[in-house]
Structures are given as C-alpha cells and as structure tokens.
Design a protein around this ligand. Structure first.
Ligand code: UDP
Length: 448
C-alpha cells in the first residue's frame, strides 16, 4: 500500500475504561504499519497510558499524550460504582481532548488532520467539527448492539410495559431480542440522566455524522439484515477484523498452558468474567460447587481479591484437576485444543477470542453489551447457551457443562462453534471483506 497519508496527523481518543483501549490501540498499530509517514497521537488518561505504553518501544509514528481523567482532585470521594468515573471523564471530555490536541500539535509541529475516537467519546465529534477535520468513530462493543442506538426510542414506547422475558421482533436481523438484553443505561436513560446514559442515547444521532464507523469485528458473522439496516443509517460502515499485537502481558505465570497439555481434547472448562465484573458472592459459590461436583477439569481466572469467597477447601479438593489463578494468557488458552467450553460474562473481547478458537460458550452476561452478546451467541450463531435464569446456580451450570462438553444434544453447538471458527479464518485472509474496508479507512485518513 503506498503511503497516501504522508504528513497526515491523526489524533486518537480511546474510551479509557474496561478493555476499550486495547482494540483501538491495536487498530492504530495496524494503521501505523501501512502508513509509516502518517503520525498518530494517542491521547489517553495518565493511568491508561501508563498501562498501555509501559515501554518506550512504540513505532516511530505513534506518540502518546496524557490528559486528566476528569476527577476534580486526587483523593476526591467516589461512589462505589464504576460509572461515576466514566461520568467525570465524559463531563470534562471536550476540554481535556482539546488540551491533548494542543500538546500533540505543539510537540510535533503538525496540525491534526483527522480524529479517530472510540464511539463512546462522542464529544470528540465536536472537537473535530471545531478543527474542521473528519471524525472516524471506532466501535469496540459487540457489533449487533449498534442497532439498539437507532431504535431505543421506539423500543421504549412500544415495549416498555412488556415482560422483560418476551422477545420482540423490531431490530432487523435480530428477531429474538428481549428487553432484558438491552443495556440498562440505555433502556432507562430517561430516568437515570447521567452523563453516560445521555451519551449513549445520543449515539443514534451522532454516529451518522462520522465520516466512517469502524466495527471491530467480522462482517461475515453479522446478520445481513442487521448490516444492511445499520449501513443505511451511516455514511460508511467498515468492518476491520480484530488484530492483536502483544500490548498487555501475555506471560503464563501459573503454567496453565503446559498444564492444559496434560488434558485430552475439548474436555476442560475455562471460566472468566473479564477485568471489570465481580459476580455476587452466591454465584461464585455456585460456580465452585458446579465445578467440584461435575468433575470436569477446569481453569478459573479469578481476581485475587475474590478468592476469599470460594467455599472452604475448594482449591485443595480440586487441585488435581483444576486451577484457580489470577490471570491467564486468555487468547492462547482458548486456542488450546484441551479447552472445550468457556464460561463467560460475554465481554466483546472474550466473545471474539472464543469464537475465533471455536470454543462454545456458557453465558452469564452482567451489563452493557454483554446481554446482546449472549443473545447473539445463543440465537444467531448457536454457539452457546445462556445460563438458566441468567444467574449461576450449581445445578444450572452443571446442566450447561454437561450439554456442551458431553451430551449428544450439544453436538450442534459444538459443530456450529467450529463452523464459526472457519468463517473467522476465512474473514481474516487477505481476500476477506476486511482488507477492502481497511484500505477504505486509510483513504478516509489520507483525504483529510
Ligand atoms: N483476559 C486475559 N486473562 C485473564 C482475563 C482476561 O487475558 O485472565 C483478557 C481477555 O483475553 C480479554 C480481556 O482481558 O481480551 C477482557 O475483555 P472483555 O471485553 O472480554 O471483558 P471486560 O474486561 O472488558 O469486561
């Protein structure tokens, strides 16, 4: 690819919460390789930059600049709810982003020519408009959630009083969606009126103003009707397959990968709830009891501060066939042939990693896009099961583990997971749709 982006300067704004930063940084790393003369200024918070740029080994054309997280002062009291930090960040967003751009322009002596931001930082559109440069929105959540932002008003009007279990057929390509699948911050935004919920509600109007919306997923896996509908509402909808540079540590301090070598094919249950979610205590106990009673080998990535909730003696009693560890190299672990099922909270990265390895999922979604993810896993791709009652119980989890790891009835799910893996492999080849879309993205940057 010739470098038509020479002398361009792209400001990049991540949403510095959860695992949103990693996929946008991966995209920028990929862009930086094919556009060596284009400069990328990654404008993140101090904390997030310290985590994602720990070593001075960045490509020469990526620089990072740190801005405040919006919390008024060091030690400011915070409610025990992660959304409060998000609200502070979004409230001071435009002002801090402008400061970040000023730093980047002064340091590089180059005017910013384009902005790429996480779609959850839509105030960056205003900054782009002030600078008169194109705004490109990046969409890291589950792709199918995009639909909700265009239909949320209709859903609220038509279905607000319905049973949350009843499915409704309103979203093109997603006929089995239920009210319980919609993120609460979106469904109840009118009552909540937080900066975050207002931000979410605004996306249906904001995203059509983006020069392009880049979806971090595989077009080949999304329902064609969903794609056609959302594409008709946007200026440009580009699917770029998720790429993975080793940004966060991939070490295996607990030796899980070599331990998996001693297990047979597709027999091990892997359990993880990602980096944000902490399930309630009774669910942690239920998971432990199910793992113990079912007798399946398992790896459980469990934050150290939660291990105190495990039943007394659980780790010792299961030590010959189970591992409870604070961190695993998840992508490699899911790619290991011994892993037969992933018990997951359905974070978008976890779902992508699991389906890329053909591992079926048992879904216990908690918030945000996780519920839509779980619905799509069960009803669109048929590669997993939502846990009975949407809450872990010992018997519910044992039934799901048996279904997916052992029973004949689970064969269809296991086969579907392998089919999806094959689709992902084809989609990731140079002749896949993503290659064309990536080139279009480079063109948008170069025409700025
Ligand atoms: N992860 C990991 N090891 C662990 C737990 C999580 O590498 O022990 C990684 C996982 O591979 C994924 C990310 O952390 O890339 C979690 O992202 P996801 O979107 O699934 O969930 P979130 O943490 O944002 O809720």
């Amino acid at each position: 690819m010739s470098d038509s982006t020479a002398n361009k300067h792209v400001a990049v704004f991540p949403f510095p919460f959860g695992t949103h930063v990693v996929p946008i940084l991966n995209l920028v790393l990929k862009l930086s390789q094919v556009t060596p003369n284009c400069l990328f200024s990654f404008i993140g918070t101090h904390k997030s930059n310290a985590l994602h740029f720990p070593k001075p080994h960045n490509p020469h054309n990526i620089k990072h600049y740190s801005i405040n997280d919006g919390i008024p002062y060091e030690g400011h009291p915070l409610a025990n709810h992660p959304i409060e930090k998000v609200n502070f960040f979004l409230k001071t967003g435009p002002e801090n982003l402008r400061k970040g751009i000023q730093m980047a322009e002064e340091d590089t002596k180059k005017k910013v020519t384009c902005i790429i931001s996480d779609a959850f930082v839509p105030c960056s559109l205003v900054v782009a408009q002030t600078l008169n440069v194109p705004w490109i929105a990046f969409w890291p959540p589950m792709s199918c959630t995009l639909s909700l932002y265009f239909y949320i008003d209709v859903i609220r009007k038509k279905f607000a009083d319905c049973d949350e279990n009843a499915s409704f057929d309103l979203l093109p390509g997603l006929p089995k969606m239920r009210l319980q699948d919609i993120p609460h911050d979106l469904l109840f935004a009118g009552e909540k009126k937080t900066v975050f919920s207002r931000t979410l509600v605004s996306l249906g109007e904001v995203l059509p103003q983006a020069k392009a919306v880049v979806i971090n997923f595989f077009e080949e896996l999304d329902p064609p009707l969903f794609i056609k509908d959302v594409r008709s509402k946007l200026q440009s909808m580009l699917y770029v397959v998720p790429v993975r540079f080793p940004i966060l540590t991939v070490a295996d301090p607990s030796g899980c990968l070599s331990w998996l070598d001693s297990n047979t094919s597709r027999t091990v249950a892997y359990v993880s709830f990602g980096t944000v979610v902490t399930p309630p205590a009774h669910e942690i106990v239920a998971v432990a009891e199910a793992l113990e009673e079912s007798g399946f080998p398992f790896v459980w990535s469990l934050k150290e501060n939660i291990t105190g909730l495990l039943p007394d003696g659980f780790v010792q009693r299961t030590i010959t066939r189970g591992k409870v560890v604070p961190w695993v190299p998840q992508t490699q672990l899911l790619a290991h042939d011994s892993v037969g099922v992933f018990v997951t909270h359905c974070g978008s990265n976890s779902v992508t990693e699991s389906l890329s390895s053909g591992v079926p999922m048992i879904c216990r979604p908690f918030f945000g896009d996780q519920m839509v993810g779980a619905r799509v896993i069960e009803d669109v791709w048929g590669i997993g099961k939502i846990i009975e009652g949407r809450v872990f119980t010992k018997n519910g989890l044992i039934r799901s583990l048996n279904l997916i790891l052992v029973q004949k009835e689970g064969k269809k799910i296991r086969d579907n997971a392998l089919k999806v893996k094959n689709s992902v492999e084809s989609a990731s080849k140079p002749e896949g749709i993503s290659t064309t879309h990536f080139k279009t993205l480079v063109k948008v940057i170069s025409s700025s």
